[in-house]
Design a protein. Structure first.
Length: 1087
RNA sequence: GGGCCUGUGGCGGAAUGGCAGACGCAGCGGACUUAAAAUCCGCGACCGGGUCAUACCGGUGUGUGGGUUCAAGUCCCACCAGGCCCACCA
C-alpha cells in the first residue's frame, strides 16, 4: 500500500519572502508529517512485533538477536536527552540486524517500583500508582515519537501484578534454596564453588548425616548452636529451623545495614554514595537491623570468575571485581586471657603475626556488648559505653570527615598465639563490623592504620619485616670502617648510601646478610621506629674498607662518590650517631607491596620465619596455623550480602507471613501475587527506627495462614499470621526483566522453556547486546547476574548469565561557563564575543567554556520534545549518533544540529523534486556516484556492527555530498538512478527510518523497509584505479606519485627513484635502505 | 590516598604504526539575488623565506619530557592536566 504525500500542514513562510518556499522542502514540518505518518502505519501493522517460537509468523530458519536497553525509571520529568542516546544506538543495530535476516527481540518497559517514583509521588501529593502510570504514558509517547522499533506488544512494567507475581516467585526460589558445595564438577579443587539446590536436598543430606546438624559455618550472622545437637534426629524443631534458615539464600538476619532516617528505610551498599543516599543525598547511618538478605556472598567466586567470559567493557569488569574484592589470607584465633572465649580475625598478612601487638574490634562486635554487660571489667565500662554510643550515633559522613583514629581500651587482653604474649584488645571504629569478623590483629610496624593508632595511643610497635634500608643498615654497621661508624660527619653520606641501596636490587642482594647484629627498639615518644645498632655487637672489622674494596676503590672514596647520588626509595627516616651508637628512625609503617621484605624477630619454639621472604613466610606460617589448629588459610571478599528489605510503600510485598512465635512461612506459588494493598498515606516516617509503611494496612497485615495462601502442611489454615510488612527494593524487578521479555504474557511460568532457550540461547550468557549507563556497573549488573545464576542452578533458565555483550553509552553533558574564581555562570547570562571567547553579559568579564553535567541551575538542560519539534526525530537521532564515539562523554551543542538537518535536506533534494514531491530518477548513473555508493555500503555496515555510528554517518554524508555535486547546479536535474535511490534508502534506514521509509514507498514498495535486505558492496567498485603514493626521504614526504593501483614493490621503488625531485634530493647521498608499503608509500633512508 | 580512562584546529570529532585534522559546526571568500534568506562552490594550524599579491619553497606542529622504529597522534617510560570509580576492606 502506497500512501500519497500530504503537503506540510503549515508551510513555513517568512513575512518578507516574496518567493514561495517549495511545497516539498524537507523542513521540520514535513519531517513531522513523514515521521508521524509512518509511525502510525508501523503501529497499525505491528511492523515490529516479533513472534515467539510456536506462534504464527515465526520463522525458525533465521538466527536470533536479542538486544536490550536498560529500561527507564519513568520519572515525572519525562525523557532527557541521555535516554535516546542509548535507545537510538540499539535501534540502529536492531534495524540493521533485521535487514541482515535476524529475528530481533527488542523490547521496552518500565522500572516503575522504587524510590524515584515514590519520592516524586510524595512531592506532588498524588498517589504513586497514578503518577507512575501518568509518567509511563508520557515516556511511551515520547519514545514512540523517535520511531524506535520496539516490539510494544511485549511491554510491561515492574508494577504490574502479572509481572511482580514472578518477582515474588523468584524470591521464594532463593528462599527455598541453599548453596551446595558438593556435587558440582571440580568444586573441591576450586575450594569454594558450588551451586544452588532446593532446600529439600539439604534436608535429605542432614537426615543422612552427610551434613552436620549445626548452623551453616559460612553464615556469619548466625551464632552456632550451643550445645550442638548430637544428630539431626536428636535436634529439636527449633534447632532444625535455625539450621535450615542458616542455609537459605534468602534469609532473615541481623546485619549492620545502611539506615537512612530521612528516607525512613534501609539501603543497599550501592545505593549509598559517600555516606549519603543516592536518592536525595540524605545522611546514612550504620545500624544493626533484622532484614531480608540474599546470600550473594556465596556466589562471590562465581560472580568474579564469570566476568572473564563476558564481552563487557574492561572498566566495568574491573569495578565489579573490586566490588567483590577477593583477598587471600588467613583466619587466626586469638584466645582471650582468663576467658574461654576467643576472637577470630582475618588477615592478608599472617606472616606478620609476631608483630601483632594489640587487637582491634569494631564497636558493633559481640565481644563489646558482652563486656559492657559484664561486671568483671567495670573500670573500663563507662568509657567503653560512652565510646560505643558516640560511634553509633555518628553517620558515615561524620566518620569520613574526621579520619583521626579513635578508640578505647576494653580492659581485656588476648594472647598472641605466635609470641604467647598478652596484648590489649581495643575498640576502634576504623575496624569495620562488615568485613572479615569485625576484628583485627593489629601490626603497627607493617600497617599504616595500625601504626597511626599505635603512635596515638602509645602502643608497642614491633618490627617483623625489614625492608632493604634496614638490612643495608645492618650490613653497614657490621662492615663499614670504624672511622665511618663513629664519625658524625658521615651522617649525610649514610643517608645517601641507604637511598642507593634501596634503589638498587643488586645492592640489596649483596647486603642482604648481617641481620644478626641489628636489634630494634621502639621510641613511641619520637613518633617512629628506631633501629639501634650497637657497635659493641658488631664483630671486629677484619679488613677495613671491605665495601669499597669490592669495587676496587677505597671505602672513603666510595662513600664520597655515593654521597653525590640522588636519594631514592624510602625517604622518611633520619639517621644519626649518638653516644657512639647509630640510630635510624623510620617515620612510617613498612608495608611494601604486601610481599616485599624479609622476616625478622619472628620465631618461637615451633616455627621460625626469620630470614624468609614475605611470600615464603606466608606459606610457612599458614602451615603452622593449620598444624596447631590456631587458624587456617582463608579467602575473604569485600562483597556483603545483599540487603533486600525496604520500609517503604512503593515496592513488591514479600510473599512471607509470620506466625504467633515470629517464625516465617512462604506463601505458596498458587497464592501469588501477594498484591500491594491500597494505602492512602504512603509518606515515609522520618525516624530512628524502621517503621514499615505496610504495617498501616492493618486489615491486610493480620490474616490467617489459609487466607494468605500458606500450605496447610506448614501451618493450619486457621492459624493467625502477620504478613511481612517490608517491601522489596527497586532493584528487585530489574534483576530479571531481561528473562521476562522472552515470554511476557506467560501466566503459568515466569518464562517458557522454549522462549528462554530460543531468545537467551544455549551459550554462556543470553542477551546478545545490552545497552545502558555505566552507573549500574556494580548494582543492577551484579544483582542480575546473581539471580540469573541461581535460576540457572535450579534449572529454571538455560544460560549461566544474563548479558553476553554490554555497552555503556557515554554521558551527554552540556557547555557551562566558569569565572576566573571557578564559580559557574548560567548559560543564558553569557555571550559569545568571538571564536571561543565568552563574556558574562552583566559584568563584561571573560568566562571560560567548560563541560559540565546538565542542571537546572545552569540553564543548560535540553528537552527532547523541543528538539523534535524544531528539527524532527530523524535529525535528532542523527545528531546524537554523530556527536562522537558512543561510549564517550560528549557535550550537547544545539548549534551543531543544523548540520545534520542540512544533510537530510540535501539527501531529500537529491532524490525528491521539492516542487512536485516526485522522485528525481536519473536514467544513467555516473561512475563516480556508483563507486561512492559502494564505498558507503562497505563502510556503514561494519561501523554499525562496532557501534561507530559517527563515522558511519560521515560516510553517508560523503555519499550525499558527491551525489549533490554530481547533480550540478540546476536543482531539477537528477543524479541518482532508481537502483541507487533504492540502496541509499536501505543504508540510511537504520539511522533515519522515517525518511528512508518515505523514499522506499515512493519507489513503489508496499512492504516496510524494515525487512528489506541489506545491500552488498562490490569490492571491485571500491578499489581505486590509481592511487597516490607518498615518497618519503627519512620519514618526510618529499614527493607524491600517481600510480596504477596494485603496482608491486619493485616497480614502486623504481618509480620513486625516477622522480625528478627525489633524484635531486638524493644527490650526493647514499641510499641505505628503502621501505615500500604497497599502495601507500615509499620511504628512502639515505645519508 | 589507590585504581581505571582521556588529552588532536575556535568547537564536536576522524585517522589497521605509513601523507594528521575525514565529516559536521562556527568563521572567511565567491556564485546566484535589486537585497536578504536559502542553496551551491571554494578557503582554512603556526613560523620563516619568497612575491606588489598569489603561486611556490623550507621548517615546526596531536598536553610536557624522554625512548623504541626506516616511520609514532597511535607502542614503551616518567611527569602534568581533566574525568570516572573506589576510598580506614585488615
Amino acid at each position: 500500500m502506497s500512501i500519497p504525500i500530504e503537503p506540510p500542514s503549515t508551510p513555513s513562510t517568512t513575512p518578507h519572502s516574496t518567493t514561495e518556499q517549495p511545497r516539498f522542502r524537507y523542513t521540520a514540518a514535513l519531517a513531522d508529517d513523514i515521521e508521524t505518518r509512518w509511525q502510525q502505519e508501523w503501529d497499525q501493522r505491528q511492523t515490529f512485533r516479533q513472534p515467539n517460537p510456536g506462534e504464527t509468523g515465526f520463522d525458525g530458519t533465521k538466527p536470533k538477536f536479542y538486544c536490550l536497553d536498560m529500561f527507564p525509571y519513568p520519572s515525572g520529568a519525562g525523557l532527557h536527552v541521555g535516554h535516546p542516546e542509548g535507545y537510538t544506538a540499539t535501534d540502529i543495530l536492531c534495524r540493521y540486524k533485521r535487514m541482515q535476516g535476524f529475528n530481533v527481540l527488542h523490547p521496552m518497559g518500565w522500572d516503575a517500583f522504587g524510590l524515584p517514583a515514590e519520592q516524586y509521588a510524595i512531592q506532588t501529593g498524588i498517589h504513586p500508582a497514578i503518577t507512575t502510570r501518568t509518567a509511563i504514558d508520557n515516556f511511551r509517547r515520547q519514545l514512540k515519537r523517535f520511531g524506535f522499533s520496539y516490539d510494544w506488544s511485549r511491554e510491561f512494567g515492574t508494577i504490574d501484578p502479572t509481572y511482580y507475581k514472578w518477582t515474588q516467585w523468584i524470591f521464594l526460589q532463593l528462599y527455598g534454596a541453599w548453596m551446595c558445595e558438593e556435587g558440582i564438577e571440580g568444586s573441591r579443587d576450586r575450594g569454594i564453588e558450588g551451586r544452588a539446590r532446593p532446600i529439600s536436598e539439604l534436608l535429605a543430606k542432614l537426615e543422612r548425616g552427610e551434613i552436620a546438624a549445626q548452623v551453616n559455618p559460612k553464615a556469619a550472622e548466625v551464632k552456632p548452636l550451643s550445645p550442638a545437637p548430637t544428630s539431626w534426629a536428636a535436634a529439636t524443631a527449633e534447632e532444625r529451623r535455625t539450621i535450615i534458615d542458616s542455609y537459605r539464600l534468602a534469609y532473615l538476619g541481623e546485619q549492620t545495614v545502611n539506615w537512612c532516617p530521612r528516607l525512613g528505610t534501609v539501603l543497599a551498599n550501592d545505593e549509598v554514595i559517600d555516606g549519603r543516599s543516592e536518592r536525595g543525598g540524605h545522611p546514612v547511618l550504620r545500624k544493626p537491623l533484622k532484614q531480608w538478605t540474599f546470600r550473594i556472598t556465596a556466589y562471590a567466586e562465581r560472580l568474579l570468575g564469570g566476568l572473564k567470559k563476558l564481552d563487557w567493557p574492561e572498566s566495568t569488569k574491573a569495578m565489579q571485581s573490586e566490588w567483590i574484592g577477593r583477598s587471600e589470607g588467613a583466619e587466626i584465633e586469638f584466645e582471650l586471657e582468663g576467658e574461654k572465649a576467643s576472637i577470630r580475625v582475618f588477615t592478608t598478612r599472617p606472616d606478620t603475626v609476631f608483630g601483632a601487638t594489640y587487637m582491634g574490634v569494631a564497636p558493633e562486635h559481640p565481644l563489646v556488648s558482652r563486656i559492657i554487660a559484664s561486671p568483671a571489667a567495670e573500670t573500663c565500662v563507662p568509657a567503653l559505653r560512652a565510646y560505643v554510643d558516640r560511634t553509633k550515633s555518628r553517620s558515615d559522613i561524620e566518620r569520613m570527615e574526621s579520619k583521626e583514629k579513635t578508640g578505647v581500651f576494653t580492659g581485656v587482653y588476648a594472647i598472641n598465639p605466635a609470641t604467647r604474649q598478652r596484648i590489649p584488645v581495643w575498640v576502634a571504629d576504623y575496624v569495620l563490623m562488615g568485613y572479615g569478623h569485625g576484628a583485627i590483629m593489629a601490626v603497627p610496624a607493617h600497617d599504616e592504620r595500625d601504626f597511626e593508632f599505635a603512635v596515638k595511643f602509645g602502643l608497642p610497635i614491633r618490627d617483623v619485616v625489614y625492608p632493604r634500608v634496614q638490612l643495608a643498615m645492618a650490613h653497614f654497621a657490621k662492615y663499614a670502617p670504624a672511622e665511618v661508624r663513629t664519625n658524625e660527619r658521615w651522617t649525610g653520606v649514610l643517608a645517601d648510601f641507604l637511598g642507593w641501596i634501596t634503589s638498587n636490587n643488586a645492592g640489596a642482594e649483596r647486603f642482604g646478610e648481617g641481620l644478626g647484629v641489628v636489634t630494634s627498639r621502639r621510641h613511641p615518644p619520637m613518633g617512629g621506629t628506631a633501629v639501634q645498632i650497637h657497635s659493641a655487637e658488631a664483630p671486629p672489622i677484619e679488613r677495613p674498607g671491605s665495601i669499597g674494596e669490592r669495587r676496587g676503590v677505597s671505602s672513603i672514596q666510595w662513600l664520597d662518590a655515593i654521597a653525590e647520588m640522588k636519594f631514592a626509595g624510602i625517604d622518611d627516616f633520619t639517621a644519626r650517631f649518638q653516644h657512639g651508637r647509630l640510630f635510624v628512625t623510620l617515620g612510617e609503617a613498612f608495608v611494601g607491596a604486601g610481599n616485599e621484605g624479609t622476616l625478622v624477630n619472628s620465631a618461637n619454639d615451633e616455627v621460625s620465619l626469620d630470614g624468609l621472604h614475605v611470600d615464603a613466610a606466608k606459606t610457612t606460617i599458614v602451615d603452622w596455623l593449620d598444624r596447631t589448629k590456631v587458624g587456617n588459610k582463608r579467602v575473604n571478599y569485600r562483597l556483603r550480602d545483599w540487603t533486600f528489605s525496604r520500609q517503604r510503600y512503593w515496592g513488591e510485598p514479600f510473599p512471607i507471613v509470620f506466625d504467633a512465635h515470629g517464625n516465617h512461612y512462604p506463601v505458596s506459588d498458587s497464592a501469588l501475587p501477594v498484591v500491594l494493598p491500597e494505602l492512602a498515606d504512603y509518606a515515609p516516617v522520618e525516624s530512628e527506627d524502621p517503621m514499615p509503611l505496610l504495617a498501616k494496612a492493618t486489615m491486610w497485615m493480620n490474616t490467617t495462614a489459609g487466607a494468605a495462601g500458606v500450605s496447610s502442611a506448614l501451618l493450619a489454615p486457621e492459624a493467625p499470621v502477620r504478613r511481612e510488612s517490608n517491601t522489596m527494593p527497586g532493584s528487585a524487578g530489574s534483576s530479571w526483566y531481561a528473562i521476562r521479555y522472552c515470554d511476557p504474557k506467560n501466566d503459568g511460568r515466569f518464562v517458557s522453556k522454549t522462549a528462554d532457550r530460543y531468545w537467551m540461547g544455549d551459550g554462556y550468557a543470553g542477551v546478545d547486546q545490552y545497552m545502558g549507563g555505566s552507573e549500574h556497573a556494580v548494582g543492577h549488573l551484579l544483582y542480575s547476574r546473581f539471580w540469573h545464576m541461581v535460576l540457572h542452578d535450579l534449572g529454571h533458565v538455560s544460560t549461566m548469565e544474563p548479558f553476553e555483550r554490554l555497552f555503556h553509552q557515554g554521558l551527554i553533558t552540556s557547555f557551562a561557563y566558569q569565572r576566573k574564581d571557578k564559580t559557574l555562570v548560567a548559560t543564558d547570562l553569557v555571550e559569545e564575543t568571538g571564536e571561543g571567547k565568552f563574556v558574562e553579559r552583566a559584568t563584561g568579564q571573560p568566562v571560560t567554556q567548560i563541560v559540565a553535567k546538565m542542571s537546572k541551575s545552569l540553564k543548560n538542560v535540553v528537552n527532547p520534545d523541543d528538539i523534535i519539534n524544531e528539527f524532527g526525530a530523524d535529525t535528532f537521532r542523527l545528531y546524537e549518533m554523530y556527536m562522537g564515539p558512543l561510549e564517550a562523554t560528549k557535550p550537547w551543542n544545539t548549534r551543531d544540529i543544523v548540520g545534520l538537518q542540512r544533510f537530510l535536506q540535501r539527501l531529500w533534494r537529491v532524490t525528491v523534486n521539492e516542487q512536485t514531491g516526485e522522485l528525481k530518477i536519473a536514467t544513467a548513473g555516473s561512475e563516480t556516484v556508483e563507486r561512492q555508493m559502494h564505498k558507503a555500503i562497505a563502510k556503514v555496515g561494519p561501523d554499525i556492527e562496532r557501534m561507530a555510528f559517527n563515522t558511519g554517518i560521515a560516510a553517508l554524508i560523503e555519499f550525499v555530498n558527491v551525489a549533490t555535486k554530481e547533480a550540478g547546479e540546476s536543482a531539477g536535474s537528477a543524479s541518482l538512478t532508481r537502483d541507487q535511490i533504492d540502496r541509499l534508502a536501505r543504508i540510511i534506514a537504520p539511522f533515519t527510518p522515517h525518511i528512508a521509509e518515505e523514499l522506499w514507498r515512493k519507489l513503489g514498495n508496499t512492504e516496510p523497509i524494515a525487512y528489506a535486505s541489506w545491500p552488498v558492496a562490490d569490492p571491485a567498485m571500491i578499489a581505486e584505479e590509481t592511487v597516490e603514493i607518498a615518497v618519503q626521504i627519512a620519514g618526510k614526504v618529499r614527493a607524491k606519485l600517481n600510480v596504477p593501483a596494485g603496482m608491486d614493490e619493485k616497480t614502486l621503488e623504481a618509480a620513486a627513484m625516477a622522480d625528478e625531485k627525489i633524484k635531486a634530493m638524493l644527490e650526493g647521498k647514499t641510499v641505505k635502505k628503502v621501505i615500500v608499503v604497497k599502495g601507500k608509500l615509499v620511504n628512502i633512508v639515505a645519508v
